[in-house]
Design a protein around this ligand. Structure first.
Ligand code: ZN
Length: 203
């Protein structure tokens, strides 16, 4: 399986990092070794002094597809989950300055936290999914799928033009504003609505 991540999909987040709002979805990938599952702790890597949390809704692909039109995209996922796209912001800044690829800052081990999934039926209106991240009990990021620049189906259409989607692939759909650093002993809890989707410790 592979992990596809969308960058700059919320206007306020693009602005907080001084990036332009993109005209089409920006995507990058993480390897399967980046997954951090089952509420396992996240160990801060020694190569970065600035690991940021990015809370994101996650699409789980349920069938093989290429060149999927947006209107057919809903057939390619049954569930939406929640995760963190951990980012070594200091490294990412250096890479962006040099015009280099982002993998070192984005694809490292355990950088893709993945919590539970909720069926589309249970979620109801996918255009208005509220989600949030608490750091040590305090809400640091809250998002609403309504504020995505590119909604789920547009993302699937765009990505599948370039990359065949397979069963079990994950698409992290971008983070709202409020990204910030994590530190040892932090507790990070992710929620969709009132439902807790993951609960991890930073070590
Ligand atoms: Zn992200």
């Amino acid at each position: 399986m592979k992990i596809i991540c969308i960058g700059r999909n919320y206007v306020k987040h693009a602005q907080e990092l001084n990036h332009d709002v993109p005209a089409e979805p920006v995507f990058f990938m993480k390897p399967d070794s980046a997954l951090c599952l089952d509420n396992k702790p996240f160990f801060l890597p020694d190569f970065s002094k600035e690991i940021h949390h990015e809370i994101e809704l996650v699409i789980k692909i349920n069938r093989l597809g290429k060149n999927i039109e947006a209107k057919f995209a809903p057939r390619y996922y049954d569930e939406i989950g929640l995760g963190i796209d951990f980012t070594a912001r200091d490294l990412q800044r250096q890479l962006i300055e040099k015009g280099l690829p982002w993998e070192k800052a984005k694809a490292f081990d355990s950088s893709a936290v993945l919590g539970k999934f909720i069926s589309k039926e249970e979620l109801g209106d996918l255009g208005h999914i509220l989600f949030s991240l608490k750091r040590n009990g305090e809400t640091v990021q809250s998002g609403d799928s309504q504020l995505m620049i590119f909604p789920f189906d547009t993302i699937i259409e765009h990505v599948s033009k370039y990359v065949t989607l397979k069963i079990g692939d994950l698409i992290y759909t971008g983070t709202p504003a409020g990204v910030g650093p994590v530190a040892i002993d932090d507790r990070l809890e992710g929620f969709i609505g009132e439902k807790k989707m993951f609960d991890i410790q930073v070590k």
